[in-house]
Write a protein that binds this ligand. Structure first.
Ligand SMILES: Nc1ncnc2c1ncn2[C@@H]1O[C@H](COP(=O)(O)OP(=O)(O)OP(=O)(O)O)[C@@H](O)[C@H]1O
Ligand SMILES: [Mg+2]
Length: 300
């Protein structure tokens, strides 16, 4: 007889109720395999942040680390040009609301989640809003949209296992920066400056932003860029055209490490313009980047 007094045919082995699958949430899961997340920042524009970020990424990859770089400059992305990847369109994987891969023929609905696959070149995984907007399109976004785009560039990307994920920040210390440092589990920041005193005043603002109690993220070091000019034909000569030792001054004042001094060399600018970062070749730039990378990684 039916001991449970259940209507219908008696089944002595009823199927166990299946645990309900949780919908896929776009939280920090794409960053779970990343060991160090490092923002490359500067108070002032044009000091060579993107150049330093790209060449540091390439150098770390040459040293055997697994590296990614997210271009957080959503208003003026320069990573695609600097890496010669401007014609790439990243693949996108689509998942249904339960986190299962969406079959190809299925319709993409609002509940689906899209994960972008970073572009790989020179041993580095690159991601930039520039891959989704044509260069002549000006990205005029209001604050919240820009913050959202930035989060997507970081959280909706299949980074996989990485030793270092560098984030090339836009210049300044505005909303985007505050939002980023709140929402992303940053290991810390590298601040880029030139030796000039005007640049240094902006660096101080940047230091204060990261040290603000509400932000409170470690500053891993300062990289002084354009420290001296070295002509290709006279590699031993150094001309201090933007002043001297400003980076060291700031480092001493705030008790921060000076990770490196990067010379101003023509091949760096040329490499940035034609998409082949100078650090791919041996030379004064690679030597300087190698020293900075060693200083950075020795802190692990
Ligand atoms: N060490 C260097 N030697 C030669 N040229 C350099 C060096 N560093 C940067 N440059 C050149 O200076 C210009 C500005 O550099 P970059 O775009 O990296 O600055 P940025 O700080 O990222 O600027 P933005 O604030 O606009 O994002 C570029 O043309 C770049 O090639
Ligand atoms: Mg830049």
């Amino acid at each position: 007889m039916n001991p449970y007094d259940i209507k219908g045919p008696y089944n002595p082995h009823p199927p166990k109720p299946q645990p309900k699958k949780r919908p896929l949430e776009l939280g920090m899961e794409q960053l779970a395999g990343v060991q160090h997340i490092i923002a490359v920042a500067s108070g002032k524009g044009g000091v060579g942040k993107s150049t330093v970020a790209v060449n540091l990424a390439v150098t770390l990859a040459r040293l055997g680390y697994k590296v990614g770089l997210a271009d957080a400059d959503v208003y003026g992305p320069s990573i695609p040009t600097m890496t010669g990847t401007e014609d790439e369109i990243p693949d996108v994987e689509v998942y249904d609301e339960m986190g299962e891969p969406l079959p190809e023929e299925a319709e993409i609905t609002e509940d689906c989640k899209e994960i972008m696959i970073p572009v790989e070149k020179y041993g580095v995984k690159w991601m930039s809003i520039g891959y989704f907007a044509r260069p002549e399109q000006a990205l005029i976004w209001r604050g919240p949209m820009a913050c959202n785009a930035l989060k997507q560039m970081l959280l909706q990307v299949k980074w996989g296992e990485l030793d270092y994920l560098l984030i090339d920040l836009p210049p300044g210390t505005g909303d985007i920066h505050i939002s980023l440092v709140h929402d992303i589990p940053l290991t810390g920041a590298i601040i880029v400056t030139t030796p000039q005193t005007v640049a240094l005043a902006d660096v101080e603002k940047c230091v204060n932003m990261f040290r603000n109690p509400q932000v409170n993220k470690p500053i891993l070091g300062i990289i002084e860029n354009m420290s001296w000019f070295t002509p290709a034909e006279l590699p031993e000569n150094r001309y201090y055209i933007f002043g001297r030792d400003g980076g060291q001054l700031i480092a001493d004042k705030y008790g921060i490490d000076l990770l490196g001094q990067i010379p101003l060399v023509q091949s760096v600018r040329e490499g940035g313009d034609d998409g082949t970062p100078a650090a791919l070749q041996d030379g004064p730039l690679y030597d300087a980047m190698h020293a900075a990378a060693d200083a950075l990684t020795s802190g692990d």
